[in-house]
Write a protein that binds this ligand. Sequence first.
Ligand SMILES: [Zn+2]
Length: 280
Amino acid sequence: MWKIDPPVHTAAFSYATCTSRIRNRELRERLDQAADEVAASAAKYESAAESSELYLLDQDELSVASLTGVEMIAIYKYRMAKKKAVGRFIYDELMLAAPDGRCPMCGQRTVSTLDHVLPKTLYPALSVTPLNLIPACSDCNHIKSDAIPVSAENEPIHPYYDDLDGDPWLHAAVVHTSPAAIVFSVAAPINWPDSLKNRVATHFRTFKLAPLYASQAAQELNSIKHYLIQLHARGGGDAVRQHLSGQANSRRMAYANSWQTATYTALADDAWFYQGGFAA
Ligand SMILES: [Zn+2]
């Protein structure tokens, strides 16, 4: 859901690197035969991803005739993902692409693995295609599992292709309870096409971002409570509001759509909260 720079290496380079040290003659022949098909499958994937149409890709169209799926997956496992493997530097570069090590799918947890956008079990031809590999946290990787997009609405938000950071879309609201709570939702900008609105809503629901952010925000409210009580004693609700507004602006400069930005924006806009609700 959060944009990251696309990888610099092509599928052809990745495949050639990962298979470079295989000397067995029979296998070598088949690996060389498969090279063009790997590149052609990657080209079809790229073209579909650019127009958010991965859901239209036919599994049979992205295949490699001279290698089995198991063999393609083994190239990823043992020649790319494995420590000290010949293609491991490509894996490491992909892992490091996420700014601050933050998972682009949830925007919160730390990157710990690579996720195949189109699963390698169903699309083995894309096993080592860098554009099909995104850094992710283990929770998001687990949630997604082997799911594949089946319609325009559930096409996943792709961190290499979709850039949502230009518009504020994550909305937070203060719940006037004791203690105060924050609830999160998607407030899609009106200029977004319906398909994008639906995709973001699906992503938000699938990856369970509302409860994840609510929990984080609850901890944040608890941790700033005593500071706000002191601030209020010195300067009243206005001082609290100004502080919260400054916090929101600083966080907005870092990430326009983080739960922190949305939370502080909501807190600074909520008179009940800054006039004393923070101590409820
Ligand atoms: Zn995540």
